[in-house]
Design a binder for this molecule. Sequence first.
Ligand code: ZN
Length: 207
Amino acid sequence: MPARAARGADAAWRHGWWREARACPSPNFGPRPAGSEATLVVVHSISLPPGAYGGPDVERLFTNTLDCNAHPYYEALRGLQVSAHFFLRRDGELVQFVSCDERAWHAGRSQWRGRAECNDWSIGIELEGLEGQGFEPVQYRRLAALLRALARRYPIAEVAGHEHVAAGRKHDPGPGFDWARLARTLRRRRPRLAPLGAAPGETAGRS
Ligand SMILES: [Zn+2]
């Protein structure tokens, strides 16, 4: 069966929403430019306040309902309109904010392999975490499952970190994220995805 037909028939997806994620729609999205398909996944890390896990404030940030008086760190977030397609919590819960058919606002000024404006042609996944800290085993497992589901539905060719597509400006998910572990997890199952952010030894020159 042609890959395209297989993608169109995928019952796991409905208008770009994955059935295994909890939908929490964000107003922060727009159409992808004509002819731009999602071929890249950008992995991020976030926690609000930084280093505090399990609270509601990431969802609030992505839905423009964060109380910016609630924490000194939030002053810098006032008026910000951002989103990601997915937020993967440390307990494995997965929240989806934007249809993968649409353009979410996660990468900012960015480029990857010479192509700019990664938001136009990528899917953004935020992992609940903090730059420099590690991630939970269940986050790797759920991320791998999500990446496989995305690769069945969209022509995803590669996965990179925000630190790779906005080198020098962004540093997430950071050195605590184990790209080799994700690659190993993905290699065991199809569809395969090209490794991932950076092959060993490739990161140093880029970040
Ligand atoms: Zn980021």
